[in-house]
Design a binder for this molecule. Structure first.
Ligand code: AMP
Ligand code: DBH
Length: 571
C-alpha cells in the first residue's frame, strides 16, 4: 500500500528530473557509497562496565550487513510489508541508522520520534500512522515498564511488534536478532536484494520514504512526508555545499532523528560521501571535546545555545580542537556577537544554516566573506528553490525589506500528512509553503531572519507549538484562559512564558503545581513553560484574540525590571 501525500505537479517533477535533482534512486542507496573497510559510525558513550572503552565502531561493510540482516528479520520473521508503518524512538546510537535503513529496505515508512518526546507526542504519532512495529529503548522512562507499550497497542490495532533495546549494551536486542540470522546471511542478503529489485525504482523513489517531524504551531504535532527523491537531493546537494568527503569526520551531538543532523548534510550526507559519523549522547562540551580530540572530528552541527557553551568551554580548557574545520550553527537565530566568537575561539570556519523539516535549507557558503557568514543565515541550496518574501497580503516586498519567507522547490513538501485543513492555511494554491519566518533577503538572495509570524516558541532550536500547551492548560479545572509566549533568554535565545487567567480571583494555582499537572499529561519536558504569570484578563487584539505582542512586551518589561532590581540588590 502506498502512503498518501501531496505530490509535486508533473511539470515540476519533470523539471527536477531534467536538472538531475531527482535521480529516482531510493535513500537506501546512501549506505552503498562508503568503502567496505572505512569506518561509517563510531558510537560513543554506550553503557557498560566502568573504565571500558565503550565506543563501538561500525565499518561500512558491517553497517550494510546489519541493515540487510535486520531488514530480513523485519520482512521474514515479522512479516512486515511495503507500506506498513513503524514508530521508532532511539537515542543517539548507531542502531538508529541500522533500524532506519532496514525498515526502508522493506518499504516500511517510519516516524522517528525525538528521544525527548513523551507520552503525548508518541500517542499522537501512533494515532496518525497506526504503526505495525515500535522500536524503542528501555532507557526511556516510558518503556521501563510495559504499561505504556500496552497503551500504544490500544491506539494502533496493527501494533503487533515491540523491539526494545537495552541501555546496558544498546546493541543487545538487535544484535541478538542479527546473531540468529547470521548463519543464513547469504540467503537473507539475497532475499532482501530480490525484494528491493521487485519494486520499480521510479515508483519507489517518487513516493514517501519516511516522515519527518514538524515543530509546528498547531494543537497536534504534524507529520512531514518526505519522498526518496526529494530527501536524497537535499542530502546530496548539502554534502556538496559543505564539501564532504571520505575524510569527513562528523560529530552528531544533536538528536539524531532531527532533520538538521540527519540531512543538512548531517549523518546521511556523511554516509553519501563515505565519511565517518561520530555519535555523542549530547552536545555537552566536555564530552564533545574529548571525542573531537580522540577521533579527530572535522565537523559538527550545533544549535546556538550549544555553540555558546562550546565557546565558553574552549576559552577555559586546553583541549586540542585543531582537527575541527567546520562548525555549523542553525535551528534558531544566532546572534552576530556569538557568531563572531565561534571562528575566533574554536579556530575553525563557521557556517550558518536556516533549515526546516518541511524542506528548504539555506547555507552560507564556505567561500563567503566573513561578514556574510556572520550576519546572514545563508542562501537556498539550488536554483530551483523559489523563495519569495511577502507582506501580510501576500505581495512580494522589495529586496532588503522584511516579510514572510514563502517557498516551493524540489525538496519542499506540498502538504503535511493527513492535514487538509491545516494545509489550506500554510500552502497556497500554487504550492508555496508559508514558513512563518520573517526574513530580509538581500540582492544576492541571502536571507537574514528578523522574527517570526507563527505561534511557536523556538527554545534554543527546540520548537514549541503554543496552541498545544495552551490547550492542555485549558483542560485544568481552575484555568479560564491561557496564552504561551516567548520571553528573551540569554543562553537559550528564547524561553516560554505561560500567561494564565484563573477562573476565580482567590486561586491556589502555583507554577510548581502547573508544571506537575502538565507532566501528568505527558508532554515533552522542553514544552513545559519556563515561567507562569497569573493575570486577571488577557489583553486582546481588535479581532478578540489574545494579544501576544502585548504579552511578550509585558514579560520582557518584567524581566528587565527584575534584572535592574537584582543588580541594585533589591530582590
Ligand atoms: P521545523 O519546521 O520544526 O523543522 O523548524 C524549522 C524552523 O526553525 C524554521 O522555520 C525557523 O523558524 C527555525 N530555524 C531554523 N534554522 C534557523 C536559523 N538558522 N535561524 C533562525 N531560525 C531558524
Ligand atoms: O530547525 C530546523 O528544523 C533545521 C535547522 C537547520 C533543519 O530542519 C535543517 C537545518 O535541515
Amino acid at each position: 500500500m502506498k502512503t498518501p501525500f501531496t505530490p509535486w505537479p508533473t511539470e515540476f517533477a519533470q523539471q527536477y528530473r531534467d536538472k538531475g535533482y531527482w535521480i529516482d534512486s531510493p535513500l537506501t542507496d546512501l549506505i552503498t557509497k562508503g568503502e567496505d573497510a572505512d569506518t561509517a559510525i563510531i558510537c560513543s558513550g554506550r553503557a557498560g562496565l566502568e573504565n571500558q572503552d565503550l565506543s563501538r565502531v561500525f565499518s561500512y561493510r558491517e553497517l550494510r550487513e546489519k541493515v540487510s540482516l535486520l531488514a530480513y528479520y523485519f520482512s521474514n520473521d515479522l512479516g512486515l510489508r511495503a507500506g506498513d508503518t513503524a514508530l521508532v524512538q532511539l537515542p543517539n546510537i548507531a542502531e538508529f541508522y541500522v533500524v532506519y535503513f532496514a525498515l526502508m529496505k522493506v518499504g516500511v515508512v517510519s516516524v522517528n520520534a525525538l528521544f525527548s518526546h513523551n507520552e503525548r507526542e508518541l500517542r499522537s504519532y501512533c494515532e496518525q500512522i497506526q504503526p505495525t512495529v515500535f522500536v524503542g529503548s528501555t532507557a526511556h522512562k516510558l518503556f521501563a515498564s510495559p504499561k505504556f507499550a500496552a497503551e500504544l497497542k490500544v491506539l494502533s490495532t496493527n501494533l503487533n511488534h515491540f523491539l526494545l533495546v537495552e541501555p546496558s549494551d544498546w546493541a543487545d536486542c538487535i544484535d541478538d536478532i542479527l546473531v540468529e540470522i547470521l548463519p543464513e546471511k547469504d540467503k537473507a542478503v539475497a532475499a532482501i536484494e530480490a525484494l528491493e529489485n521487485e519494486r520499480a525504482l521510479k515508483e519507489v523513489s517518487e513516493n514517501v520514504a519516511f516522515f519527518q517531524l514538524s515543530g509546528g504551531s498547531t494543537g497536534t504535532p504534524k507529520l512531514i512526508p518526505r519522498t526518496h527523491n526529494d530527501y536524497y537531493f537535499s542530502i546530496r546537494r548539502s554534502a556538496e555545499i559543505c564539501e564532504l568527503s571520505r575524510a569527513t569526520r562528523y560529530l552528531c551531538a544533536l538528536p539524531c532523528a532531527h532533520n538538521y543532523p540527519m540531512s543538512s548534510p548531517g549523518a546521511f550526507g556523511v554516509f553519501c560521501a563515505g565519511g565517518t559519523v561520530i555519535m555523542a549522547s549530547s552536545p555537552e562540551p566536555q564530552l564533545c571535546f574529548d571525542l573531537i580530540e580522540k577521533y579527530h572530528v572535522s565537523m559538527a552541527s550545533l544549535v546556538p545555545p550549544a555553540a555558546a557553551m562550546w565557546v565558553d568551554a574552549a576559552e577555559s580548557q586546553s583541549h586540542n580542537l585543531e582537527s575541527l574545520r567546520l562548525i555549523q550553527v542553525g535551528g534558531a537565530k544566532l546572534s552576530d556577537s556569538l557568531a563572531r566568537r565561534i571562528p575566533e575561539v574554536l579556530g575553525c570556519q563557521l557556517q550558518q544554516v536556516l533549515g526546516m523539516a518541511e524542506g528548504l535549507v539555506n547555507y552560507t557558503r564556505l567561500d563567503d566573506d566573513i561578514e556574510t557568514i556572520i550576519t546572514t543565515q545563508g542562501k537556498p541550496m539550488c536554483s530551483l528553490d523559489e523563495v519569495k518574501v511577502v507582506n501580510e497580503v501576500g505581495e512580494e516586498v522589495p529586496k532588503g525589506v522584511a516579510g514572510e519567507l514563502v517557498t516551493r522547490g524540489p525538496y519542499t513538501i506540498r502538504g503535511y500528512f493527513n492535514a487538509p485543513e491545516h494545509n489550506r492555511t500554510v500552502f497556497d494554491e500554487e504550492g508555496f509553503y508559508y514558513s512563518g519566518d520573517l526574513v530580509r533577503q538581500d540582492e544576492r538572495g541571502y536571507l537574514t531572519v528578523v522574527g517570526r509570524d507563527k505561534d511557536q516558541i523556538n527554545r534554543g532550536g527546540e520548537k514549541i507549538a503554543a496552541e498545544e500547551v495552551e490547550n492542555l492548560l485549558l483542560k485544568h479545572e481552575l484555568i479560564m484562559h491561557s496564552a504561551l509566549v516567548s520571553m528573551p533568554d540569554k543562553t537559550m535565545g528564547e524561553k516560554s512564558c505561560a500567561f494564565i487567567v484563573p477562573k476565580v480571583k482567590a486561586h491556589p494555582l502555583k507554577s510548581v503545581g502547573l508544571r506537575k499537572y502538565l507532566r501528568t499529561h505527558g508532554i515533552a519536558d522542553y514544552k513545559i513553560p519556563d515561567r507562569f504569570e497569573f493575570i486577571e484578563s488577557l489583553p486582546l487584539t481588535h479581532v478578540g484574540k489574545p494579544n501576544k505582542v502585548a504579552l511578550r512586551q509585558m514579560i520582557s518589561d518584567r524581566l528587565s525590571l527584575e534584572k535592574a532590581s537584582s543588580r541594585k540588590g533589591i530582590v
